[in-house]
Write a protein that binds this ligand. Structure first.
Ligand code: NAG
Ligand code: NAG
Ligand code: NAG
Ligand code: NAG
Length: 573
């Protein structure tokens, strides 16, 4: 027995100095925790028939051994153990030790001792008990992951295993490897004092990226025996703070006074911000649970810079300019303007434009475009009319007008005469300016051929007369401001001589004017004769003169010539 003990000490020394599983020459049996372990007894070359006694014992440590059971040939085995092994050991027919309900305390050396006739052989077997983790799960999961911020994502726990589990973290089934920056893994193993089982916990700290929104995080372990274990997957809400903020202004175009403008602050981030600060030209308005602010009834004072920013990060801001368009014009004078004609009379036009941008101005007078703004340094009757200004700025336009009436005593501009085409009458023209419309009267009774409309302060009267004697005809124009008269000398049909205004002798001549066909015919015959004579004389001399001296009479002369020619031809027939 002394010898046996010595060999045991040797084996034990080996067991504790080297790794138990790699003890050379020592057979190792692996048993599963809680199950029955069969520890074979290697009889080697010994014939089972020769074995007298088979005995199982175990190494108690500290060089001691304990008996488990013993069997003598042709007898059933007897349990010799008195401790906790008493109820757990039995022997198979082939001498294997059957150890039920294995625990980690059973990880020791069991020795099968056989006694034959002369020899005693010992066959030690090392027992190792494995246990898969009871459970593999992720606990202490993060509420959410913030992008770019190293966060404790969770702890993976592989509980009660032997040997201790090695945990691998996976993202979408791909292993995560600690990189010292975005991924950090710290594993910790704790051993249960009672059972000796190990619980591994692995803490993953992870810095999320935007793409991690639907990523599945799992942890796995490959136990020493059996299939790989995988935890149920965990997904996380990926949060990130606002990176972009935009202020949107919705208003109609163009934005005018009285309109409404809505400011809307758009910001990203998960979760998105729910409160905003609106900076309304310096005034700060905080809006909660909403992202917009409406300015009603804007005015030109609303124009300015607007901003929105995050309540908790004022540096995140966006700004926009709001421009309220307006166009106000003041035209002076405006409406109806009456001015009396006076050499010194001027009219100042003042068009004031108050607008948000440069406006263009155009003018019309009586719907006819003017090249520039009207200027009246010296008023005349023809300045009368409706002046309209049209001011345009973008889509806005304003109009105003003034209607100018220049009033004053009438003036005769021209008094003239013309011989009628048939030579039987004369046509007198009286052209006058004045306002209001002057009344025109003649010193003789003629036939009114035409009274022009009163435009730009001008009026023209045209009458037909048949003078039977030399007479002076006067035209009189008058309105409430005064009267003007001019006279013209009208010779009896054949001698037209104009007299100067100073030589006027009015009134008495009118009685000499007789309208008579017989007299007319007689005179006409005379005229033809006279004119024919003159014509012949002119043809010989190459020159022709009449007593006519009045302005613009060349036209009259020509007509006269033609008339004479025509008449002379008639006479010849
Ligand atoms: C010994 O017998 C048991 C059943 O009793 C059997 O399971 C085992 O394989 C046998 N072992 C050897 C080494 O033959
Ligand atoms: C809009 O504002 C102007 C002054 O800016 C005010 O006179 C007007 O009454 C306001 N209109 C409304 C509908 O509030
Ligand atoms: C013009 O005719 C009217 C009647 O037709 C007459 O009463 C008047 O006296 C006449 N005037 C002149 C100047 O001949
Ligand atoms: C008209 O005046 C002219 C001269 O100007 C004269 O020769 C002529 O005889 C006058 N006729 C009548 C009808 O008085």
């Amino acid at each position: 027995m002394h010898l046996l003990s010595a060999s045991c000490v040797c084996v034990c020394a080996l067991l504790f100095t080297a790794l138990p599983l790699q003890v050379s020459g020592l057979e190792t049996v692996v048993g599963m925790y809680g199950e029955t372990v069969e520890i074979p007894c290697k009889s080697g070359a010994i014939n089972a028939e020769d074995v007298l006694i088979t005995k199982w014992k175990y190494n108690k440590g500290e060089g001691l051994s304990g008996d488990l059971l013993v069997k003598q040939r042709d007898q059933p085995f007897l349990v010799s153990a008195t401790n906790e092994y008493k109820d757990r050991v039995s022997m198979a027919a082939n001498s294997s030790l059957l150890l039920s309900a294995a625990t980690l305390l059973d990880q020791r050396t069991f020795t099968c001792m056989m006694v034959t006739g002369a020899d005693i052989t010992e066959n030690p077997v090392n027992v190792v008990i494995y246990k898969r983790p009871t459970d593999l799960q992720i606990s202490d999961k993060a509420e959410e992951l913030e992008i770019g911020k190293l966060t404790k994502l969770g702890t993976c726990i592989a509980s009660n295993a032997n040997p201790a589990a090695n945990i691998t973290w996976l993202k979408n089934n791909k292993p995560l490897v600690a990189d010292g920056k975005g991924i950090s893994i710290q594993a910790e193993v704790s051993v249960d004092a009672l059972t000796g089982l190990s619980t591994t916990s692995s803490l993953l700290e992870y810095s999320a990226e935007k793409e991690d929104t639907d990523a599945q995080f799992t942890c796995s372990t490959q136990p020493t025996v059996g299939a790989e274990m995988l935890s149920s997957p965990a997904t996380f809400t990926i949060t990130y703070s606002t990176e972009n903020i935009v202020l949107q202004v919705s208003a109609q175009e163009p934005l005018l006074e009285g309109d409404n403008v809505t400011l809307k602050c758009l910001a990203d981030g998960n979760p998105a911000p729910t409160s905003f600060n609106f900076h309304l030209k310096g005034e700060l308005v905080k809006v909660e649970n909403a992202d917009s602010y409406t300015i009603t009834n804007v005015s030109r004072d609303t124009t300015g810079e607007y901003k929105c920013s995050l309540v908790d990060d004022p540096s995140m801001e966006s700004s926009k300019d709001i421009i309220v368009q307006y166009l106000d014009i003041t035209l002076s004078p405006s409406g109806k303007v009456t001015k009396s004609l006076d050499e010194t009379n001027t009219l100042d036009i003042n068009l004031q434009i108050d607008s948000s941008a440069k406006a263009t101005v155009s003018w019309t007078k009586d719907n006819i475009k003017l090249e520039k703004e009207p200027k009246f340094t010296k008023l005349s009757f023809s300045d009368s009319g409706r002046y309209e200004c049209d001011v345009v700025m973008g889509l806005l336009s304003r109009k105003d007008f003034f209607e100018l009436v220049v009033e004053g005593a009438p003036v005769i501009k021209q008094l003239s005469k013309q011989r009628g085409e048939d030579g039987q009458h004369k046509v007198l023209f009286c052209e006058a300016e004045g306002s209001p419309k002057p009344a025109v009267s003649w010193s003789i009774n003629g036939t009114l051929l035409e009274a022009s409309p009163f435009i730009n302060g001008k009026i023209t009267h045209k009458i037909m007369v048949v003078p039977t004697a030399n007479l002076t005809v006067s035209c009189t124009v008058s309105n409430k401001f005064g009267t003007d008269t001019q006279a013209i000398y009208v010779s009896s049909l054949f001698e037209d001589v104009r007299v100067d205004k100073q030589d006027q002798s009015q009134g008495s001549d009118q009685t000499k004017l007789v309208v008579g066909v017989v007299v007319g015919l007689l005179i006409a015959t005379l005229v033809i004769g006279l004119v024919y004579w003159v014509y012949m004389k002119k043809t010989k001399q190459g020159t022709w003169k009449t007593g006519e001296k009045e302005d613009g009479s060349s036209e009259e002369e020509k007509k006269l010539e033609e008339k004479v020619e025509e008449n002379s031809q008639k006479a010849e027939v």
